[in-house]
Write a protein that binds this ligand. Structure first.
Ligand code: MEV
Length: 327
């Protein structure tokens, strides 16, 4: 039996545009998914008690082939099981063990579908734990590539390498197409996360941006402008110029809003953080609901978000320089 863990992430800049080859800078945070894998005779059994913050329990038994048969009234859980199913297919391929069966237990402090990279963290940790259980040790980069294949399969080809690479290697990373690298010298940025208790469906949100981009040249320009914001942001990353970084986060949020991926609760958390003096604030991840990330080195945004209607929880997130690891 092997347990591995992998971190969630926030996007400093660049979500959605990264799907179309623009650069993005996600940062791993100290919130982890832990996956325990035990080899069994055949099939796939998945247990999870805390994939959602309200403690919903799911027990799934399947054969590890195709889409899992879980209660469709819980689409997020169905999606999560889909990710684990595909991850097991990658493990069997990596270990050249097509018939390997697994019992998988998932524990996670990362809310599902909330923009903090829960699916990538679960997939990365699952691939590491299950391959090790079969006696195969993959590098973080190899795990990242296999985890990306999982996300691409589950999201019908609409995925970037950003979430999975960041979770596998940890720290701040830069992803542009297939070029994935660690960004050195980024210290502990003063991130404050606000969570509205909700979630967005990544596949639907990505598809929405794709059709806007195909329909309107100005939507395609908006995607390119996000890339410009990232390139500008890179010039101050690693310095203590948080004011410029914050301004660029604000700009990035505006562009994501224009692409239709923000929501009333995300906007109100962003504005509450800004009104409290945060240097910048934006949604993180696919949007639609879930989390915002603000930059604030005082306690003010944290306190303001506690009292913001629609904000269910708020916490500070430290940069996690560790990626996937065996526990
Ligand atoms: C989702 O966490 C980030 C998106 O850019 C999709 C992706 O990069 O695969 C919206």
């Amino acid at each position: 039996m092997v347990t591995s863990s992998a971190p969630g992430k926030v996007y400093l800049f660049g979500e959605h545009a990264v799907v179309y080859g623009e650069p993005a800078v996600p940062c791993a945070i100290e919130r982890r998914a832990r996956v325990t894998a035990r080899e069994i005779d055949e099939g796939l059994r998945i247990h999870s008690e805390d994939l959602q913050l309200d403690g919903f329990t799911v027990e799934y038994e399947g054969d590890g082939e195709g889409r899992p048969d879980v209660d469709a009234s819980e689409p997020l859980l169905e999606a999560a099981m889909g990710y684990v199913n595909e991850a097991v297919a990658q493990v069997r391929d990596a270990a050249d063990a097509p018939g390997a069966g697994f019992e998988i237990r998932i524990e996670s402090d990362i809310p599902l579908g909330a923009g903090l990279g829960s699916s990538a963290a679960v997939v990365v940790a699952a691939i590491d734990a299950a391959t090790r259980e079969l006696g195969v040790e993959l590098s973080p980069e190899a795990i990242a590539e296999r985890a990306y294949q999982v996300e691409a399969a589950v999201q019908d080809g609409e995925a970037s390498r950003a979430d999975t690479f960041c979770s596998a290697v940890g720290g701040a990373v830069r992803v542009e197409g297939e070029d994935c690298r660690t960004v050195d010298g980024v210290g502990n940025l003063p991130f404050v996360i606000g969570y509205d208790g909700g979630a967005g469906d990544t596949g639907t949100l990505v598809a929405g941006v794709r059709s806007l981009r195909e329909e309107y040249d100005f939507a395609a320009d908006t995607v390119r402008a996000i890339g410009d914001v990232v390139r500008e942001g890179e010039s101050v990353l690693g310095t203590d110029d948080y004011e410029t970084l914050g301004d660029l986060m604000d700009f990035n949020h505006g562009l994501l809003s224009a692409l239709g991926v923000s929501s009333r609760s995300l906007d109100s958390m962003v504005w509450a953080a800004r009104d409290a003096g945060a240097m910048g604030a934006k949604l993180t991840g696919a949007g639609g609901g879930g989390c915002i990330v603000a930059l604030d080195d005082t306690e003010d945004a944290l306190t303001a978000l506690k009292y913001t209607p629609g904000c269910e929880s708020v916490f500070r997130a430290e940069l996690d320089t560790d990626g996937v690891r065996q526990e």
